[in-house]
Every structure is written in C-alpha cells, then in structure tokens.
Write a protein that binds this ligand. Structure first.
Ligand code: C5P
Length: 340
C-alpha cells in the first residue's frame, strides 16, 4: 500500500494522472495544520499534497487541530492564503478537543461538512457565474490604535453572499471588519479600509455581477498619526483632516475595461429614500440600487430585518419588510434572472 501511494505520487508528478478530471470537488477532512501549511505553500512532497497541487478542481477543507495550533499566526496566515486561493473552508467549531483542551479547532460536524459540499456543488441558475459582493463597514485609522467606523454589521451582505452561493454562483466576498462571520463556501477577502477594499475588488474582477453592500467610509483621516496620539496637557483637541475615499461602486460601474454585466449598489438613507436613491443610481452609474431607510427608529441597521425599494432603470419597487435572509434570497433570484 505504502509503495502504491508513492507510485501514484510519482505518476501524478509526471502528469500521467489527470487528477483535475476526477471530481467536481475535493474534500479534505480532517485538514491538519501541516497539510494546510503545505497547501498554502504549494508543496507536493506526499500523495495528498501532490494531489491538491496537481488539480484545478475546487477544494473544501475542514480544519481540525489543537486550539493553539489553530490560533497560531502561521496557521491563520496559511488559512488566509488558502481562502485567497479560492479554497473553501468549513469550520472549525469551538468545543472540547481530543487532547482535552477547549476552543476552536474541532472539526466541523459531518452534517455541516455535507451542507458545505452541497452548497459547493449546488447547481442553480447562477452555476458557472462569478459574483462579487462587498460587505461590512470599513475602519479608517486615526492612529495605530484608533479608527473611524460605522454601525454596519455586515448581515445583509453576508446573507446575500450565501443566497448567491446557494443559487450556484462562485462568490468572492470582500468584507470589512463585520460583526457577523462570513458565510461558508465563498472566497473571503478581509480588508479594513476603503482603499484596501477597492484594491481587493479590482483584484477579484472580472465578475458577471457585483453587489456593493458594504458601508464604505466616505472619508479617511488624511493626517492619521504613525504613533498613538497622546494628550499633551495643553487642553487642545487634535484637529483631524479628512480626505475623500475612492467610490468603489462608481469606479467599478465606470471601469474602462467594461463593468460587470450587472452592478448593484445599496443606498442607506434616512429621509426621502426613493428620490435620493434614484439620483444615486444615475450618479454612480450602476444598474440597480437597493434602497433602505436606516433611520434609528426603523431598527434596520444592525437588526435582522430590512425594508427595501429596488430601483432599476425602469422604476421603483417597494418590497415588504422581511428578514435580511429573505431580502437576500429575493435579490439573488432577481440577479439570476437578469443575468439570464
Ligand atoms: O454614496 P453612498 O455611500 O450612499 O453609496 C452607497 C453605495 O455605494 C453602496 O452600494 C456602497 O457599498 C457604495 N460605496 C462604495 N464606495 C464608497 C462609498 C459607497 O462602493 N466609497
């Protein structure tokens, strides 16, 4: 058996085995810290790592390891690299471990892995389509320890990415520091600032559709301090200067190489929602705007529900108030119908 494995490795290295034709999805469960490190580095020194390097089939990993191995910066670095390479990740969960310790690192339950496989293999109206979603707030530094942020939880963008994935899309999810975890089965790119978000979005293009659900800071601090700012006893408050951030939605809508077939923006307004959002659609140059009223009394920002108006070139449609998941499913279906 041992020598058979090495024969197979050698065959694979010589290109005699068409590993990429074998399956639609390769599942690595459990994915150890060591195997994840090899995958992140592109090593091929045993059968498993060779198979994983010699394929262009999508890969789903279910990490399982001791909590400190999981928390180790090296593992987190490898994980980020794998996600950036499009590897799908399910789990790990938090709980009691085989070694008797407690924390994140327990392999996802078999049924969770099955759900992730089903999501990855989902055939649906968006199968073969690439959809980009931005989500969450951005953080704009004032100094190394302070930043300007907003109240976006990332819930609507996360629900949307999951709904698009469930319709079969390959989803790239570019997210600021959100308070809800990103969905499984999508390629996650984590950023902090608006400028990082723009760079990540440009790197993820081309896409068939792009949905901009992030609450991007319009301004960044132009005179952010390199060191932590200190009180100097004079009673003088520091004067922050602001510079305008790039408008990611407008940049992509007007991109010279051609925008995605469908570009969807969000408009969070606190008054005359429809009029403002209609003007915003034209100003930004996007196809649709999903407008909502985020006045504090609506409880929408950070809440579980949303009440939106979909604004297209042909008019405005008020949707009843419903859960953010339901809004996401309905919007994903509309996107699928529009892409045809
Ligand atoms: O101008 P406003 O912030 O209201 O526009 C909201 C829409 O524009 C959202 O879709 C948001 O994700 C997007 N946006 C962006 N980059 C910015 C500001 C907003 O992509 N700098």
């Amino acid at each position: 058996m041992h020598s058979d494995l090495f024969d197979l490795t050698a065959e694979a290295e010589m290109g005699h085995i068409q590993l990429s034709r074998v399956a639609d999805l390769i599942v690595v469960a459990p994915a150890t810290a060591d195997l994840m490190a090899k995958m992140a580095q592109g090593r091929a020194d045993d059968l498993a790592s060779t198979l994983l390097l010699a394929t262009d089939t999508r890969v789903l990993v279910a990490p399982a390891m001791n909590v400190r191995m999981w928390d180790h910066p090296a593992t987190q670095r490898n994980l980020a690299q794998l996600r950036a390479d499009g590897v799908l990740v399910v789990g790990p969960n938090e709980g009691e471990m085989a070694c008797g310790e407690y924390g994140p690192g327990r392999m996802a339950e078999p049924l969770e892995i099955v759900a992730a496989v089903q999501a990855a293999l989902a055939e649906g109206p968006l199968a073969g389509r690439h959809v980009l979603v931005t989500s969450g707030p951005t953080h704009e530094p004032i100094d190394p320890v302070r930043y300007i942020a907003n109240r976006s939880s990332g819930a609507q963008g996360t629900a949307l990415a999951a709904a698009l994935r469930d319709l079969g899309a390959k989803v790239t999810f570019v997210t600021g520091p959100a308070s809800v975890p990103p969905p499984d089965g999508v390629t996650v790119v984590k950023v902090e600032t608006a400028r990082q978000m723009l760079a990540a979005v440009e790197a993820a293009l081309p896409a068939d559709a792009a949905v901009f659900a992030a609450a991007v800071a319009d301004w960044r601090v132009a005179n952010a301090a390199g060191q932590k700012m200190k009180k100097d006893g004079s009673g003088q408050a520091p004067a922050l200067q602001f510079a305008e951030n790039p408008d990611i939605l407008a940049t992509v809508s007007k991109r010279a190489e051609g925008p995605p077939q469908l570009v969807v923006g969000f408009a969070a307004e606190t008054e005359t929602v429809q009029a403002h959002a209609t003007a915003k659609r034209l100003r930004k140059g996007c196809d649709w705007i999903v407008a909502n009223d985020v006045s504090p009394e609506t409880g929408i920002m950070g809440g579980a529900e949303n009440a939106v108006t979909l604004i297209t070139a042909t008019g405005a449609e008020d949707w009843p108030r419903m859960g953010k998941d339901a809004v996401a499913r309905r919007l994903a279906e509309r996107i699928a119908a529009a892409l045809g």
